[in-house]
Design a binder for this molecule. Sequence first.
Ligand SMILES: Cc1cc2nc3c(=O)[nH]c(=O)nc-3n(C[C@H](O)[C@H](O)[C@H](O)COP(=O)(O)O)c2cc1C
Length: 225
Amino acid sequence: MSETKYEYPQVKYTRLTFPPAQMQQRAQEFYAWMDTRRTVREFLPDPIPEGVLEHILLAASTAPSGAHKQPWSFCVVTNPDLKRQIREAAEKEEYESYNGRMPQDWLDDLAPLGTDWRKPFLETAPALIVVFRRAYEEVNGRKKNNYYVNESVGLACGFLLAAIHHAGLGALTHTPSPMNFLSSLLNRPENERPFLLIPVGYVPENCLVPDLKRKTLDDICFIYK
Ligand SMILES: Cc1cc2nc3c(=O)[nH]c(=O)nc-3n(C[C@H](O)[C@H](O)[C@H](O)COP(=O)(O)O)c2cc1C
């Protein structure tokens, strides 16, 4: 039998498992916790304690990625002047989008959320996490494509939002469109493309969110026995 050669040495997997009742409890508790996550559009200006965002980003970067390329960069913007420039550029694009660029169906779907072109949270939130996807890497002067970049970065952003929630902070998944202005304002290299703009911070005590209903299990799950 030929031996398989691995580039990485093999290490023992840290295996965690639980008896069925405990497993059920853990699954239910995790769902109940995740179900309390909401997108918020208001933030307190209070700074985030030192080290918190770093661990949130490390948690995001534990996400699986195509061929383990981890094709993401996270820029953390706390500089007030830069936040103002990002707000101004985002509002300029969003004004155009809400006033002619978005088709009526899209505007109709957004109407119940009450969003518009104004984005004050881009300045009030103490930190903006700007996520970039890395389309390729430059290796020895040669362009090497990354694989499943959107899927990988999407997963990392899911982990990121869960980590933010777990830390007791709030976030908004924001997608000003188009958002090329983020590449120039943050002076990002040619291989990076903006993916999401995520204001993060403490949530005001009386913050309101739309009373959305999530799909039921029957709506989303199809079992093949
Ligand atoms: C890819 C993506 C883009 C989004 N873009 C925006 C946005 O630009 N502005 C905004 O206010 N909310 C945005 N949202 C937030 C959604 O409106 C929100 O997730 C949805 O209404 C469900 O609410 P929940 O996150 O509280 O469950 C976005 C969410 C996703 C996943």
